[in-house]
Design a binder for this molecule. Structure first.
Ligand SMILES: Nc1ncnc2c1ncn2[C@@H]1O[C@H](COP(=O)(O)OP(=O)(O)OP(=O)(O)O)[C@@H](O)[C@H]1O
Ligand code: SF4
Length: 270
Protein backbone atom coordinates (compact mmCIF):
# COMPACT_ATOMS: atom_id res chain seq x y z
CA UNK A 1 0.00 0.00 0.00
CA UNK A 2 1.42 3.39 -1.01
CA UNK A 3 0.56 6.05 1.54
CA UNK A 4 1.90 9.57 2.00
CA UNK A 5 3.78 10.37 5.21
CA UNK A 6 0.82 12.38 6.48
CA UNK A 7 -1.49 9.35 6.02
CA UNK A 8 0.93 7.09 7.85
CA UNK A 9 0.78 9.23 11.02
CA UNK A 10 3.06 8.06 13.81
CA UNK A 11 4.31 5.17 11.64
CA UNK A 12 5.55 7.54 8.92
CA UNK A 13 9.20 6.90 9.72
CA UNK A 14 8.81 3.18 10.46
CA UNK A 15 10.14 1.06 7.59
CA UNK A 16 8.58 -2.33 8.41
CA UNK A 17 5.69 -3.42 10.64
CA UNK A 18 5.36 -7.09 11.62
CA UNK A 19 2.56 -8.74 13.62
CA UNK A 20 3.49 -11.67 15.86
CA UNK A 21 0.62 -14.14 16.19
CA UNK A 22 -0.03 -17.49 17.84
CA UNK A 23 -3.03 -19.80 17.71
CA UNK A 24 -2.94 -20.42 21.48
CA UNK A 25 -1.39 -19.00 24.64
CA UNK A 26 1.86 -20.12 26.20
CA UNK A 27 3.68 -21.12 23.00
CA UNK A 28 6.29 -18.39 23.51
CA UNK A 29 4.90 -15.62 21.29
CA UNK A 30 6.04 -12.81 23.63
CA UNK A 31 9.39 -14.53 24.16
CA UNK A 32 9.91 -14.77 20.39
CA UNK A 33 8.83 -11.12 19.92
CA UNK A 34 11.37 -10.04 22.53
CA UNK A 35 14.21 -12.19 21.21
CA UNK A 36 13.56 -11.26 17.56
CA UNK A 37 13.63 -7.58 18.60
CA UNK A 38 16.90 -8.08 20.50
CA UNK A 39 18.43 -9.98 17.56
CA UNK A 40 17.37 -7.22 15.15
CA UNK A 41 19.01 -4.68 17.44
CA UNK A 42 22.10 -6.91 17.56
CA UNK A 43 22.11 -6.73 13.73
CA UNK A 44 22.28 -2.93 13.98
CA UNK A 45 18.60 -2.14 13.42
CA UNK A 46 16.43 0.39 15.26
CA UNK A 47 13.52 -1.57 16.66
CA UNK A 48 10.20 -0.92 18.39
CA UNK A 49 7.80 -3.30 20.13
CA UNK A 50 4.11 -2.51 20.44
CA UNK A 51 2.61 -4.82 23.06
CA UNK A 52 -1.15 -5.00 22.56
CA UNK A 53 -1.65 -8.20 24.54
CA UNK A 54 -4.36 -6.77 26.79
CA UNK A 55 -4.82 -9.99 28.73
CA UNK A 56 -1.17 -10.50 29.58
CA UNK A 57 1.25 -7.72 28.61
CA UNK A 58 4.48 -9.53 29.49
CA UNK A 59 7.09 -7.74 27.32
CA UNK A 60 7.87 -4.99 29.91
CA UNK A 61 8.87 -7.72 32.39
CA UNK A 62 10.93 -9.55 29.76
CA UNK A 63 12.83 -6.34 29.00
CA UNK A 64 13.04 -5.36 32.67
CA UNK A 65 11.36 -1.97 32.29
CA UNK A 66 8.64 -2.38 34.95
CA UNK A 67 5.72 0.06 34.72
CA UNK A 68 7.22 3.46 33.89
CA UNK A 69 5.17 6.64 33.65
CA UNK A 70 4.32 7.26 30.00
CA UNK A 71 4.58 10.84 28.69
CA UNK A 72 2.88 12.53 25.77
CA UNK A 73 4.41 14.84 23.20
CA UNK A 74 2.76 16.74 20.32
CA UNK A 75 2.79 13.65 18.10
CA UNK A 76 1.52 11.12 20.67
CA UNK A 77 2.64 8.78 23.45
CA UNK A 78 6.41 8.69 23.85
CA UNK A 79 7.65 5.08 23.87
CA UNK A 80 9.93 3.85 26.63
CA UNK A 81 13.53 3.33 25.53
CA UNK A 82 15.05 0.10 26.79
CA UNK A 83 18.64 1.25 26.23
CA UNK A 84 20.52 4.52 26.36
CA UNK A 85 21.31 4.37 22.63
CA UNK A 86 17.52 4.46 22.00
CA UNK A 87 17.78 1.55 19.56
CA UNK A 88 14.99 -0.44 21.25
CA UNK A 89 11.70 1.30 22.03
CA UNK A 90 8.71 -0.23 23.77
CA UNK A 91 5.10 0.76 24.20
CA UNK A 92 2.90 -1.62 26.14
CA UNK A 93 -0.78 -1.41 26.77
CA UNK A 94 0.18 -2.46 30.32
CA UNK A 95 1.81 0.97 30.87
CA UNK A 96 -1.52 2.73 30.41
CA UNK A 97 -3.72 0.48 32.53
CA UNK A 98 -4.34 1.64 36.08
CA UNK A 99 -5.14 -1.90 37.04
CA UNK A 100 -3.91 -4.49 34.49
CA UNK A 101 -6.60 -6.93 35.66
CA UNK A 102 -9.35 -4.53 34.45
CA UNK A 103 -8.68 -5.21 30.77
CA UNK A 104 -9.67 -8.85 31.09
CA UNK A 105 -13.32 -7.88 31.75
CA UNK A 106 -13.56 -5.08 29.18
CA UNK A 107 -16.07 -5.50 26.41
CA UNK A 108 -15.04 -5.72 22.76
CA UNK A 109 -15.70 -2.08 21.70
CA UNK A 110 -13.59 -0.68 24.55
CA UNK A 111 -10.71 -2.98 23.69
CA UNK A 112 -11.06 -2.22 19.98
CA UNK A 113 -11.04 1.57 20.62
CA UNK A 114 -7.97 1.37 22.83
CA UNK A 115 -6.11 -0.78 20.32
CA UNK A 116 -7.04 1.64 17.50
CA UNK A 117 -5.71 4.60 19.47
CA UNK A 118 -2.65 2.67 20.48
CA UNK A 119 -1.70 1.76 16.92
CA UNK A 120 -2.04 5.35 15.69
CA UNK A 121 -0.88 7.41 18.66
CA UNK A 122 2.63 6.29 19.57
CA UNK A 123 5.39 8.71 18.51
CA UNK A 124 7.83 6.05 17.26
CA UNK A 125 10.06 8.34 15.23
CA UNK A 126 12.53 6.58 12.95
CA UNK A 127 12.52 2.75 13.20
CA UNK A 128 13.69 -0.06 10.92
CA UNK A 129 11.26 -2.59 12.42
CA UNK A 130 8.17 -2.43 14.59
CA UNK A 131 7.02 -5.76 16.06
CA UNK A 132 3.44 -5.95 17.30
CA UNK A 133 2.80 -8.57 20.00
CA UNK A 134 -0.86 -9.61 20.00
CA UNK A 135 -3.07 -11.69 22.33
CA UNK A 136 -3.24 -15.42 21.52
CA UNK A 137 -5.90 -16.66 19.08
CA UNK A 138 -7.88 -14.93 16.36
CA UNK A 139 -10.39 -12.49 17.81
CA UNK A 140 -11.96 -9.11 17.08
CA UNK A 141 -8.91 -7.57 18.70
CA UNK A 142 -6.72 -9.08 15.98
CA UNK A 143 -9.01 -7.79 13.26
CA UNK A 144 -8.89 -4.37 14.89
CA UNK A 145 -5.07 -4.39 15.01
CA UNK A 146 -4.86 -5.49 11.37
CA UNK A 147 -7.46 -2.95 10.18
CA UNK A 148 -5.77 -0.12 12.06
CA UNK A 149 -2.27 -1.02 10.95
CA UNK A 150 -3.39 -1.39 7.35
CA UNK A 151 -4.48 2.27 7.35
CA UNK A 152 -0.83 3.05 8.07
CA UNK A 153 1.62 0.27 7.30
CA UNK A 154 1.71 -3.53 7.69
CA UNK A 155 4.15 -5.97 6.06
CA UNK A 156 2.81 -9.27 7.36
CA UNK A 157 2.80 -11.74 10.24
CA UNK A 158 5.15 -14.17 11.92
CA UNK A 159 3.26 -17.17 13.35
CA UNK A 160 4.67 -18.82 16.46
CA UNK A 161 3.79 -22.39 17.30
CA UNK A 162 5.11 -25.38 19.24
CA UNK A 163 5.39 -28.99 18.04
CA UNK A 164 2.31 -29.85 20.18
CA UNK A 165 0.23 -26.90 18.92
CA UNK A 166 0.84 -27.99 15.33
CA UNK A 167 -0.87 -31.30 16.08
CA UNK A 168 -3.89 -29.67 17.76
CA UNK A 169 -4.66 -27.56 14.71
CA UNK A 170 -4.33 -24.16 16.42
CA UNK A 171 -1.77 -22.99 13.94
CA UNK A 172 -3.88 -24.18 10.99
CA UNK A 173 -6.69 -21.89 12.21
CA UNK A 174 -4.17 -19.04 12.41
CA UNK A 175 -3.01 -19.67 8.85
CA UNK A 176 -6.63 -19.77 7.65
CA UNK A 177 -7.27 -16.47 9.49
CA UNK A 178 -4.32 -14.79 7.74
CA UNK A 179 -5.37 -16.11 4.34
CA UNK A 180 -9.00 -15.02 4.83
CA UNK A 181 -8.06 -11.44 5.66
CA UNK A 182 -5.28 -11.31 3.06
CA UNK A 183 -2.46 -10.90 5.59
CA UNK A 184 0.94 -11.97 4.25
CA UNK A 185 2.50 -14.78 6.27
CA UNK A 186 6.18 -13.93 6.60
CA UNK A 187 6.73 -17.36 8.09
CA UNK A 188 6.21 -19.94 10.81
CA UNK A 189 8.48 -20.38 13.84
CA UNK A 190 8.42 -23.71 15.69
CA UNK A 191 9.33 -22.79 19.27
CA UNK A 192 10.18 -25.19 22.12
CA UNK A 193 11.38 -27.60 19.47
CA UNK A 194 13.71 -29.98 21.31
CA UNK A 195 15.32 -29.42 24.72
CA UNK A 196 18.82 -28.03 25.21
CA UNK A 197 20.56 -29.71 28.16
CA UNK A 198 21.98 -27.03 30.48
CA UNK A 199 24.95 -29.34 31.28
CA UNK A 200 26.20 -30.46 27.89
CA UNK A 201 24.12 -28.30 25.47
CA UNK A 202 22.94 -31.49 23.71
CA UNK A 203 19.50 -30.97 22.11
CA UNK A 204 16.97 -33.81 22.65
CA UNK A 205 13.65 -33.92 20.80
CA UNK A 206 11.21 -34.58 23.63
CA UNK A 207 8.15 -33.87 21.49
CA UNK A 208 7.89 -34.67 17.81
CA UNK A 209 9.91 -32.20 15.79
CA UNK A 210 9.41 -30.84 12.28
CA UNK A 211 5.58 -30.60 12.30
CA UNK A 212 5.85 -26.83 11.82
CA UNK A 213 7.97 -27.22 8.71
CA UNK A 214 5.64 -29.87 7.26
CA UNK A 215 2.62 -27.67 7.92
CA UNK A 216 4.35 -24.66 6.36
CA UNK A 217 5.02 -26.74 3.21
CA UNK A 218 1.45 -28.06 3.17
CA UNK A 219 -0.07 -24.58 3.39
CA UNK A 220 2.43 -22.87 1.12
CA UNK A 221 3.82 -20.69 3.94
CA UNK A 222 7.52 -19.96 4.48
CA UNK A 223 9.18 -21.82 7.36
CA UNK A 224 11.52 -19.56 9.34
CA UNK A 225 13.06 -22.11 11.69
CA UNK A 226 12.99 -23.97 15.02
CA UNK A 227 13.98 -22.56 18.42
CA UNK A 228 14.74 -25.14 21.15
CA UNK A 229 13.39 -25.16 24.68
CA UNK A 230 16.37 -23.66 26.48
CA UNK A 231 16.44 -23.19 30.28
CA UNK A 232 18.93 -20.33 29.86
CA UNK A 233 16.48 -18.54 27.58
CA UNK A 234 13.60 -18.99 29.99
CA UNK A 235 15.63 -17.74 32.97
CA UNK A 236 16.86 -14.72 30.96
CA UNK A 237 13.29 -13.89 29.99
CA UNK A 238 12.00 -14.38 33.55
CA UNK A 239 14.73 -12.12 34.94
CA UNK A 240 14.56 -9.45 32.24
CA UNK A 241 18.09 -10.18 31.00
CA UNK A 242 19.32 -9.84 27.41
CA UNK A 243 19.79 -13.51 26.41
CA UNK A 244 21.61 -12.59 23.22
CA UNK A 245 24.18 -10.50 25.06
CA UNK A 246 24.64 -13.23 27.70
CA UNK A 247 24.79 -16.24 25.32
CA UNK A 248 25.97 -15.01 21.92
CA UNK A 249 27.63 -18.37 21.13
CA UNK A 250 24.59 -20.52 21.97
CA UNK A 251 22.75 -22.70 19.46
CA UNK A 252 19.54 -20.99 20.58
CA UNK A 253 20.83 -17.57 19.58
CA UNK A 254 22.03 -19.02 16.26
CA UNK A 255 18.49 -20.34 15.67
CA UNK A 256 16.88 -16.98 16.53
CA UNK A 257 19.42 -15.16 14.39
CA UNK A 258 18.67 -17.40 11.37
CA UNK A 259 14.99 -16.49 11.72
CA UNK A 260 15.80 -12.80 11.89
CA UNK A 261 18.11 -12.98 8.86
CA UNK A 262 15.37 -14.75 6.87
CA UNK A 263 12.81 -12.06 7.80
CA UNK A 264 15.22 -9.22 6.97
CA UNK A 265 16.10 -10.82 3.63
CA UNK A 266 12.46 -11.29 2.72
CA UNK A 267 11.40 -7.75 3.69
CA UNK A 268 14.40 -5.79 2.60
CA UNK A 269 14.43 -7.48 -0.81
CA UNK A 270 10.79 -6.67 -1.49
N1 LIG B 1 12.35 -21.47 23.62
C1 LIG B 1 12.07 -21.37 24.90
N2 LIG B 1 12.89 -21.93 25.83
C2 LIG B 1 12.61 -21.86 27.15
N3 LIG B 1 11.52 -21.25 27.66
C3 LIG B 1 10.68 -20.66 26.80
C4 LIG B 1 10.90 -20.67 25.38
N4 LIG B 1 9.89 -19.99 24.79
C5 LIG B 1 9.09 -19.56 25.78
N5 LIG B 1 9.54 -19.96 26.98
C6 LIG B 1 8.92 -19.76 28.31
O1 LIG B 1 7.55 -20.18 28.20
C7 LIG B 1 6.70 -19.32 28.95
C8 LIG B 1 5.60 -18.76 28.06
O2 LIG B 1 6.19 -17.91 27.11
P1 LIG B 1 5.47 -16.59 26.60
O3 LIG B 1 4.94 -15.76 27.72
O4 LIG B 1 6.39 -15.96 25.63
O5 LIG B 1 4.22 -17.24 25.83
P2 LIG B 1 3.04 -16.53 25.04
O6 LIG B 1 2.76 -17.39 23.86
O7 LIG B 1 3.37 -15.10 24.76
O8 LIG B 1 1.87 -16.61 26.06
P3 LIG B 1 0.56 -15.66 26.15
O9 LIG B 1 0.20 -15.30 24.76
O10 LIG B 1 -0.41 -16.53 26.84
O11 LIG B 1 1.01 -14.45 26.93
C9 LIG B 1 7.61 -18.23 29.54
O12 LIG B 1 7.88 -18.58 30.88
C10 LIG B 1 8.88 -18.28 28.71
O13 LIG B 1 10.01 -17.97 29.47
S1 SF4 C 1 21.93 -34.64 27.89
FE1 SF4 C 1 23.76 -35.57 28.75
S2 SF4 C 1 24.58 -34.08 30.24
FE2 SF4 C 1 22.50 -33.48 29.71
S3 SF4 C 1 21.26 -34.36 31.33
FE3 SF4 C 1 21.24 -35.79 29.62
S4 SF4 C 1 22.92 -37.19 30.05
FE4 SF4 C 1 23.22 -35.41 31.37
Amino acid sequence: MDLSDADQGSLAEVKHVILVLSGKGGVGKSTMTTEIALALRHAGKKVGILDVDLCGPSIPRMLCVGRPEVHQCDSGWVPVYVDSSKSLALMSIGFLLENPDDAVVWRGPKKTALIGQFVSDVAWGELDYLLVDTPPGTSDEHLSVVENLRKHKLDGAILVTTPQAVSTGDVRREITFCKKIGLRILGLVENMSGFVCPHCSECSNIFSKGGGEDLAKLTGSPFLGCVPLDPQLSSSVENGKDFIQAFPESATFAAINNIVQAVMTSLEAS
